[in-house]
Design a protein around this ligand. Structure first.
Ligand code: ZN
Length: 299
């Protein structure tokens, strides 16, 4: 994947700049990938979609943007037609909820953590995009489970991390977990402080999910570097944990040494994490260091 296709996949370019070439070139092959036990993923533009189909249900995690959502709701019908249709939102960000309205119009019930609709509404107001939103009609505080076919699907909230509304969605029999944006696989992450993110909570979450998983658990990640991709195992969670721990430790040491905020955020890479990719200023170590500084200095 070249850099331009990578940015399109991340959803970092505007829709007008992205949709034509992404259909024609990078995704000439199917965006649907079957993983195991009826669970698969879909990558076109934005956060990776997870899906599970049975004879009578389609269960989906995340909706990307309107155009990929239309491609998804049409294409999934060759794997299963419902009639029960459920969409989980792993969190509120637009590259995970931007296609919600397409799903809602195709008969999907939308489910998310209780903090998601409010955060999504504020983000939509800030980007003047309220008319294109559809919000979860079912919300939960701790966890939500449903049975479909041979699967039990459980969305679980572990506290503030990437935002204050992230869920991990477990496909328990397939032993697959969709992490939303709780893992940026070898990418500098977006840490959404305005959306309630908490780096220390994120570290704890990754350790908790690691402990619940086993060596066979397959993880789907919202985003990943072109080299390592958007699937992995539980060791990848610890790698992300190690990055976030190093981020806090480095920043605290710099504060203790009397370094200014400007000096701290001037660093562009860590020698300890040479494989981390920064596709834009938005996903970069200086942005991460600034959020760490804010978290560590807040009174
Ligand atoms: Zn996100």
């Amino acid at each position: 994947m070249n850099r331009l296709d990578f940015l399109k996949t991340l959803g970092l370019l505007s829709a007008g700049a992205t949709m034509l070439p992404s259909y024609l070139s990078a995704y000439a092959r199917s965006p649907f990938t079957e993983l195991r036990n009826g669970v698969g993923m879909f990558s076109m533009q934005g956060g990776t979609i997870g899906w599970y189909t049975t004879d009578d249900a389609i269960i989906v995690v995340d909706s990307q943007f309107p155009d990929p959502a239309r491609a998804f709701v049409d294409g999934i019908k060759s794997f299963g037609t419902g009639p029960e249709r459920v969409l989980f939102n792993s969190h509120h960000h637009g590259d995970h909820t931007g296609g919600n309205l397409v799903f809602e119009n195709d008969g999907y019930q939308i489910i998310a953590h209780a903090n998601v609709p409010g955060l999504q509404r504020i983000a939509a107001q800030n980007s003047d995009n309220e008319a294109n939103q559809a919000y979860a009609s079912t919300t939960f505080d701790d966890q939500y489970s449903l049975d479909a076919g041979t699967e039990t699907i459980t969305a679980k909230y572990y506290g503030a991390a990437h935002t204050k509304g992230d869920s991990v969605i477990w496909f328990e029999n397939a032993n697959i977990a969709h992490m939303g944006d709780l893992v940026f696989n070898r990418l500098y992450p977006f840490i959404d402080r305005n959306g309630g993110a908490m780096i220390s909570g994120w570290i704890n979450l990754l350790e908790t999910v690691f402990a619940k998983a086993d060596s066979d658990t397959l993880f789907i990640f919202g985003h990943g570097s072109p080299e390592t991709g958007v699937t992995g195992n539980r060791e990848d969670l610890l790698y992300m944990r190690d990055f976030l721990s190093h981020l806090l430790e480095y920043t605290q040491n710099a504060i203790d040494a009397g370094k200014s905020r400007d000096k701290i955020v001037s660093r562009s890479s860590f020698d300890e994490f040479p494989d981390h990719v920064s596709p834009s200023n938005f996903l970069s170590l200086p942005r991460n260091l600034d959020v760490a500084w804010l978290e560590l200095t807040e009174s």
